[in-house]
Design a protein around this ligand. Structure first.
Ligand code: FES
Length: 276
């Protein structure tokens, strides 16, 4: 559970994105795309579920990428190479179904770009044509661009401020691509509003879409209920039944409301306990 290396992928506009490579012999051998681990930086810290972005079976290591968004991720981001994590558990969750679908569009927003990377890599290896749409607020936050470029057949970077690629939203590009041609699958990870829009667009163009709701998870135990979501009229938990679900079967209205229920309290607690 030792941190082998640490890299700051982005540090701008109040957002810091960190990559940690961890010594994880067993997990590296079993990890599949779409799965996650739970880490605890310290004994009294929270459990943090994070997608396994890379698994190196030779080096017996895994890589995690996260944005410092609250107290626990800031504590994790404050650790250095050589430090030990208190807990590392995984791999957890259901893996992405990897097969040859044909033409696949992957849409990653913000730190969700890191989460589409292992799926894009495996889908490419399975013979799919890969189109990547990656979006962030600004150029510096557009992480893993070179890695995704090296495996994608087509790639469309998009930024809110136009500092890299096109100015606008990932979903604008998605809509245009679907107008131009037929695709067999959309896979998307990012902010809830973006994934909800992806679901709407996929419905319009009758294209199957899968989204990963890993961002909803809090402790990934299946008990706290924070990642509860209604899918096809049934109650599901992202950490137990997901994190991936069919986008057009999700009750987005309920999800949106639940997701912002504690936003004010979260900001207040973070301000009280931690300031850099
Ligand atoms: Fe707590 Fe899923 S994260 S029940």
């Amino acid at each position: 559970m030792k941190i082998l290396s640490k890299e700051i992928l982005a540090d701008c506009a109040g957002s810091r994105i960190v990559k940690l490579t961890l010594d994880a012999p067993e997990i590296s051998l079993k990890a599949r795309p779409g799965e996650f681990v739970v880490v605890m930086p310290a004994e009294k810290g929270e459990r943090i579920p994070l997608t396994i972005v890379e698994a190196d079976t030779k080096a017996r290591s895994i890589a995690l990428i996260f944005q410092e968004a609250g107290l626990s991720t800031r504590i994790l981001g404050g650790l250095s190479a050589g430090d030990n994590l208190y807990v590392l558990v995984g791999p957890l969750g259901h893996a992405t179904e990897i097969k040859n679908y044909g033409r696949v569009i992957l849409v990653g927003g913000g730190v969700g770009i890191a989460e589409i990377y292992p799926v894009a890599k495996s889908l490419k290896e399975a013979g799919n044509e890969i189109t990547v749409i990656m979006g962030a607020k600004t150029k510096e936050l557009l992480i893993l661009e070179e890695k995704l470029k090296s495996l994608a057949d087509k790639i469309y970077p998009v930024t809110d401020d136009g500092t890299c690629g096109r100015k606008g939203f990932t979903t604008d590009v998605l809509e245009e691509l679907l107008k131009e041609g037929k695709y067999d699958l959309i896979y998307s990870v990012g902010p809830i509003p973006m994934m909800e829009k992806v679901a709407g667009i996929s419905r319009t163009f009758s294209t199957r879409a899968i989204v990963s709701l890993n961002a909803l998870m809090v402790d990934a135990t299946g008990m706290c209920g924070c990642c509860r979501v209604t899918v096809a009229g049934q109650v599901k938990f992202s950490c137990v039944d997901g994190p991936e679900f069919e986008a057009d079967k999700i009750d987005w209205d309920e999800l949106r409301k639940r997701n912002c229920m504690y936003q004010d309290k979260e900001k207040h607690i973070c301000k009280l306990k931690f300031s850099r």
